[in-house]
Design a protein around this ligand. Structure first.
Ligand SMILES: *Cc1c(COP(=O)(O)O)cnc(C)c1O
Length: 379
């Protein structure tokens, strides 16, 4: 990382590598051209408007989880017909926002929601396309907070209730059943859960067809992981393998599409949190690098026990290596970025980069301790 481009920036801030984002999108484009796969970007991963414009310019759809995200997606150039809206607790106001923008699909997460959406759509004089979000009861083998497709999770409609849900949607004059939606979790780095998901989808498709239900698309959700340990070796996820897993295992008819909603895999690697060393504190047992970024800027380590690769980007190449704990300034013991990190001998005023922070970094920033929301630089 050439730190000259960071001169004059107020730390901490997010740095987004525009070229890497473009190359990531190139790869998605190359891997999906001529296939029935349509890719949506999950805005919740990073809602920075400039990034959204880069992504929408490539023709991707948007996966939104709030009314504000829908407004922002439209503002940043996403085609409303490619905006899909998911969430277990959509408020009436948010649903109306979606209806008025004429979004492409509402992903319904409960039987109860069918009536609510049906009534609101009817009142607005609209016909809403819906997909039923099904909980496929699959273990995504990821962190318990980011696994979403197990029976005990709050998401989606239980497999046993699918037929009832289909019947209810069909009964409504203001709803049109477009497809089925799934999302089994996040930071999934093995193909097995996606393969099993496709099998579940095929079974459901067969079962519903027997009842005379034809579907236009299956949305497999997001969840493709990134390599947090080796951001330079693996800057772009293996989209080829991911799409191949889905496309070779799902049973599609002639005109059926398969959709996915990737967040982390699209923006994760292009972002780094850049922070300045406030001071280096020598303890009895170990030394602490105390940086000006904290869990209010990047909460993943504190929230999920996640680890972002840490680099001292100011140190020269021959600086001796030492062991440090790297911590933030916030009054919480969980405000720790790394323990026993091997880093070049570090001094006050140097810059540290937390890599692979483009997804669920700035998007989860808060003002805890009355701190500023971090700014950003796209170059
Ligand atoms: C969060 C989320 C995604 C994106 O997940 P990633 O792991 O970032 O790809 C996709 N779909 C839904 C419904 C989500 O909630």
């Amino acid at each position: 990382m050439d730190i000259k481009i960071f001169e004059g920036e107020k730390t901490p801030f997010y740095y987004y590598d525009r070229e890497l984002l473009e190359r990531t999108l190139d790869s998605i484009e190359a891997c999906t051209a001529g296939t029935p796969m349509k890719v949506h970007y999950a805005i919740k991963a990073n809602a920075t408007p400039e990034l959204l414009r880069i992504i929408s310019a490539r023709g991707l759809g948007a996966d939104c989880v709030s009314g504000n995200e829908i407004d922002l997606a439209v503002e940043c150039g996403f085609d409303p017909s490619k905006i899909y809206y998911a969430g277990v607790g959509k408020t009436d106001e948010e649903i109306v926002t979606g209806l008025r923008h004429g979004i492409g699909c509402f992903n319904i997460e409960s039987i109860e929601e069918i009536d609510i959406l049906s009534q609101l759509a009817s009142k607005e004089g609209k016909k809403a396309t819906v997909a039923l979000r099904i909980n496929p009861n699959i273990d995504a083998h990821t962190h318990e907070y980011i696994t979403t497709g197990l029976k005990e999770n709050k998401f989606g409609i239980d497999l046993s209730l699918v037929e009832e849900a289909v019947r209810k949607v069909k009964e409504s004059d203001s709803l049109d059943l477009g497809g089925l939606h799934f999302h089994i979790g996040s930071q999934i780095t093995i193909s097995e859960p996606f393969r099993i998901l496709c099998e579940r989808i095929n079974e459901l498709k067969t079962k519903l067809r027997l009842n005379g239900t034809e579907l236009r698309f299956f949305n497999v959700g997001g969840g493709l992981g990134i390599d947090y340990d080796h951001p330079d070796e693996n800057p772009i996820p293996d989209f080829r393998a991911y799409f191949d897993t889905i496309l070779s295992n799902i049973d599609l008819d002639e005109n059926q599409e398969v959709h996915c909603e990737l967040g982390r895999a699209i923006v994760g690697q292009c972002g780094s949190l850049i922070s300045k060393v406030v001071l280096v504190k020598k303890g009895l047992e170990k030394s602490f690098i105390i940086v000006d970024a904290g869990m209010s800027d990047l909460i993943r380590p504190a929230l999920y026990g996640a680890h972002h690769k840490i680099e001292n980007i100011s140190a020269g190449p021959d600086t001796p290596i030492k062991t440090y704990d790297v911590v933030g300034p916030i009054c919480e013991s969980s405000d720790v970025f790394g323990k026993d990190e091997l880093l070049p001998e570090t001094k006050r005023g140097e810059l540290v980069a937390f890599r692979s922070a483009g997804a669920y970094g700035s998007a989860m920033a808060s003002r805890y301790n009355m701190r500023d929301i971090p700014g950003y630089l796209i170059k």
